[in-house]
Design a protein around this ligand. Structure first.
Ligand SMILES: *[C@@H]1O[C@H](CO)[C@@H](O)[C@H](O)[C@H]1NC(C)=O
Ligand SMILES: *[C@@H]1O[C@H](CO)[C@@H](O)[C@H](O)[C@H]1NC(C)=O
Ligand SMILES: *[C@@H]1O[C@H](CO)[C@@H](O)[C@H](O)[C@H]1NC(C)=O
Ligand SMILES: *[C@@H]1O[C@H](CO)[C@@H](O)[C@H](O)[C@H]1NC(C)=O
Ligand SMILES: *[C@@H]1O[C@H](CO)[C@@H](O)[C@H](O)[C@H]1NC(C)=O
Ligand SMILES: *[C@@H]1O[C@H](CO)[C@@H](O)[C@H](O)[C@H]1NC(C)=O
Ligand SMILES: *[C@@H]1O[C@H](CO)[C@@H](O)[C@H](O)[C@H]1NC(C)=O
Length: 751
């Protein structure tokens, strides 16, 4: 029999009195099917996911170090830095801190963990599957790191002095401070005594760590901007060369639940966790993740999540049904309800006077309360048939029958499956069906149908009913159409996500007209060059005008967004009378953009929280360090500079003049060893045709000033030749070069 097994049996017999494991009589270790175990290295955690199909009724984890094999009971797991739970796919998740007990830690840069998943078989025997996890933390450890896990709070700080030999942390003392704690309770206690209260103090090569469960004896709660935090205020007194060093190991974790904001899950954390910060901190950015994945800005946007700062709170907002969420159905007061949940990871980092860098990580399984969810009826009255659609439902809802008032022969229905794993139910009942009520006289008839849907929710089979009454007015078709009035053509407009939509209702005058965008006729050439989309319908004609196309006037650009405008008129060809005109201004939020202006200025909005490491926008400059952002918010910086200033270089490349500068992140000192350091910053370029810049007077085609003088009277301003000499922007970000030729403004998109 294998060595592991012998140690294991011996250990467990002696210490726990349970005989487990290695009941298999053969010499080989059992092997799980490929793909059963998925392992990941998260920033500071090992992550093991065991697929649900493999799990037997009873499983447990054991970990092994040089002293033997250790069974992880719930209490020990919590105090030692282990978290075990079932995720909403039904998979078993095992997550362990790199600083957990029994981890083989090589200088905090290479960590190993050996363990066993022990599964009880139907015949009562145990089978143990070994696993070996190995990670190399790929970010340098910050001077202070805090983890708010599901079951514990952990803080680790850089040692004030290098580790002595032999280790002396066990000779340290801990003082707990809590408002209202009696004098004698705030005395220094030996580390072993703290351990009896659930406070595990440990050390590694370069760090000292404290970990404790929630609601531990010296913890207290604290309301910070309306968010409840659990705090343990502790100081380790650390003997060193005859002196005593005091190291703060205070930890604070948000314990608030998710709330509901319309159809979004909302979770808020104070932007500044006051128990952890003494002086005004400098924000170094946030990251969120779902399950094992940390999400990029693009992924966040694609999934429809939002991470924003508002009223001193960082808010994570996640739409119901977005990727990564799980919707669960329920019945509340007899009404169908839904709750959405997500396995969220949240990292916030900051600098302050006491700690060069604090990284604060939270793992939270968030779930909204159940909210009644309106079931959508979708009835179509055409063709003398009731068409009712009920849904959309997540997979845990099933329909049993549809009846009239719970009685009589049930109706048949179709289940419609949607690609996002939801479904709805559809049924069609002709007006002539015996259960359809007919009201009114022959000319004005009304049909009415009352349906009761009997549904249930798995896995517990909770039943609920939904009643729908559909009524349809039915008019005998009449032969006389009404005489139309001579209506003039009318324009309507609105903002879309990526530009403008203008709708022309033809009216009934039957005359010919032309559309004008500003002063320019909207002809096919303009439609083609501008990438406009047009649709011709029986009663109207619509034009989609993309934001960055000729004829769009830029009114204002700031961190709040880009304000742009179109002016569209409809003109009668014969009389040249302007029949209608719309002026539509729209504001487009822009995260990042780079603009090369005809007057040889460049405007850049850059998101510095996406730099690695994230940087406060105040800590950026151009090549000339005196060129700092004109505007900043928590995460972005706006630069606006002339191409003959700020250290901009000018080179001739073929027929072009290329201007180049860089946005520098002033972070070298802190992250000197970080392989991901980008001292090179972000390269920004503008390219202008050589001839045009010399020969043509540069007129500002695009007005970015706050007030809008609408001066598009001469067609030159919209001439495509003006466009050509305006811009070429080259964006180089972290080794990915995006070359955009002929675009005036570029906004970084996903992919
Ligand atoms: C922690 O305790 C110390 C000593 O009593 C006190 O100065 C400090 O304000 C406390 N911090 C918090 C967050 O309660
Ligand atoms: C799923 O798809 C359906 C049909 O496209 C849609 O109506 C529904 O809103 C989607 N549900 C979620 C939760 O995304
Ligand atoms: C609702 O009915 C309209 C019109 O019949 C149809 O276009 C639409 O797809 C239906 N929606 C659902 C969710 O079935
Ligand atoms: C409809 O389904 C419900 C729930 O399963 C059941 O109680 C009821 O008897 C069914 N009614 C008919 C008419 O089948
Ligand atoms: C639905 O209608 C049935 C029969 O008319 C009634 O007994 C039941 O209470 C109604 N259920 C709801 C949820 O309104
Ligand atoms: C850029 O700076 C120039 C000169 O100060 C100013 O006229 C212009 O409005 C600014 N543009 C933006 C977008 O801030
Ligand atoms: C960033 O700079 C702005 C303008 O100079 C200033 O108002 C703000 O307080 C600074 N923020 C930080 C966190 O340093």
């Amino acid at each position: 029999m294998d060595m592991h097994c012998k140690i294991k049996v011996g250990f467990l017999k002696d210490l726990l009195g349970i005989l487990l494991i290695c009941a298999t009589v053969n010499d080989t270790l059992p092997l799980a099917p490929v793909g059963t175990f998925q392992t990941e290295c998260h920033e500071r955690h090992f992550w093991l996911v065991v697929k649900s199909g493999f799990l037997s009724l009873i499983v447990r984890f054991e970990v092994e170090d040089h002293r033997g094999i250790h069974f992880l009971s719930g209490q020990q797991a919590t105090e030692c830095g282990y978290t075990v739970f079932f995720n909403h796919h039904g998979d078993l998740v095992f997550r362990a801190s790199f600083l957990a007990c029994h981890v083989d830690n090589q200088g905090d840069s290479d960590v190993h963990l050996k363990g066993w998943l022990v599964a009880k078989q139907l015949d009562g025997k145990d089978l143990a599957y070994p696993f070996h996890l190995q990670c190399s933390p790929h970010w340098p450890w910050a001077s202070r790191e805090i983890v708010c896990e599901e079951n514990y709070m952990e803080v680790s700080v850089k040692r004030p002095v290098p580790a002595p030999l032999p280790s002396d942390v066990m000779k340290s003392w801990v003082v707990f401070h809590r408002p209202g704690l009696p004098q004698d309770e705030s005395r220094p206690r030996p580390v072993t005594e703290a351990s009896d209260h659930g406070y595990r103090i440990s050390e590694s090569n370069s760090r000292i760590a404290m970990r404790c469960p929630y609601s531990s004896p010296f913890s207290f709660t604290f309301k910070d901007k309306g968010v409840e935090l659990e705090v343990v205020n502790a100081t380790i007194l650390y003997p060193h060369q005859g002196k005593v060093l005091a190291v703060s190991v205070t930890v604070a974790c948000p314990v608030n639940e998710a709330t509901l904001d319309g159809t979004h899950l909302l979770w808020s954390v104070p932007d500044i966790l006051t128990p952890l910060v003494r002086e005004w901190p400098r924000n170094r950015g946030m990251r969120i993740g779902v399950e094992t994945r940390v999400l990029t800005e693009c992924a966040i946007r694609e999934r429809g999540y939002q991470l924003r700062l508002r009223n001193g709170l960082a808010e994570v907002s996640i739409p119901f049904g977005a990727e990564g969420t799980h919707i669960k159905s329920g019945v509340l007061d007899g009404q169908y309800s839904q709750s959405v949940s997500i396995d969220l990871f949240y990292l916030h980092q900051w600098e302050d006077e006491n700690w060069p860098l604090t990284q604060h990580r939270s793992f939270r399984f968030l779930r909204t309360p159940y909210v009644p969810w309106t079931v959508i009826d979708n009835t179509s009255r055409s063709q003398e048939v009731f068409s009712v659609t009920l849904g959309v439902f997540p997979p845990d809802v099933s329909l049993h029958n549809v009846t009239v008032g719970g009685q009589g022969e049930p109706f048949s229905w179709d289940q419609v499956l949607h690609p996002n794993k939801t479904h709805s139910y559809q049924l069609h009942v002709p007006f002539s069906h015996p259960r359809v009520l007919q009201l009114g006289n022959k000319a004005h008839r009304k049909y009415s149908l009352s349906l009761t849907f009997a549904l249930s929710i798995s896995p517990h089979g909770e039943a609920f009913y939904h009643n729908v009454t559909v009524v349809s007015d039915y008019e005998e078709p009449t032969a006389l159409p009404t005489i139309p009035m001579a209506a003039p053509p009318r324009l309507e407009s609105k903002c879309t996500q990526s530009g403008f939509l203008v709708l022309l209702r033809y009216g009934t005058q039957g005359r010919s007209w032309e559309l004008f965008l500003g002063a320019r006729q909207l002809d096919w050439e303009l439609i083609k060059t501008g990438g406009f989309t047009v649709e011709t319908e029986e009663e109207h004609f619509s034009v989609g005008i993309p934001l960055f196309s000729p004829g769009v006037i830029f009114q204002k650009l700031s961190l709040q967004g880009l304000v742009a405008q179109v002016v569209v008129s409809v003109v009668d060809i014969d009389t040249l009378k302007v029949e209608d005109r719309v002026i539509q201004s729209c504001s487009f939020p822009v995260r990042e953009l780079q603009v090369c202006l005809p007057d040889r200025r460049m405007v850049i909005v850059t998101d510095t929280s996406r730099a690695v490491p994230p940087t406060h926008p105040n800590r950026t400059s151009l090549l000339d360090p005196s060129c700092v952002p004109r505007e900043t918010d928590g995460i972005r910086a706006l630069f606006n500079f002339s191409l003959d200033s700020c250290g901009t270089t000018e080179t001739v490349k073929g027929d072009y003049l290329v201007y180049e500068n860089r946005v520098l992140y002033l972070e070298e000192a802190l992250y000197g060893d970080d392989p991901l350091n980008h001292n090179d910053g972000l390269i920004v370029q503008c390219r202008y045709p050589k001839s045009d810049i010399a020969t043509k007077p540069v007129t500002s085609t695009f007005d970015l000033s706050p007030v809008l003088p609408l001066k598009l009277t001469h067609s030159e301003a919209l001439d495509s030749s003006v466009w050509q000499y305006v811009v070429v922007v080259v964006v180089v970000v972290v080794g990915v070069a995006v070359l955009l030729v002929g675009a005036l403004i570029t906004v970084k998109m996903c992919h």
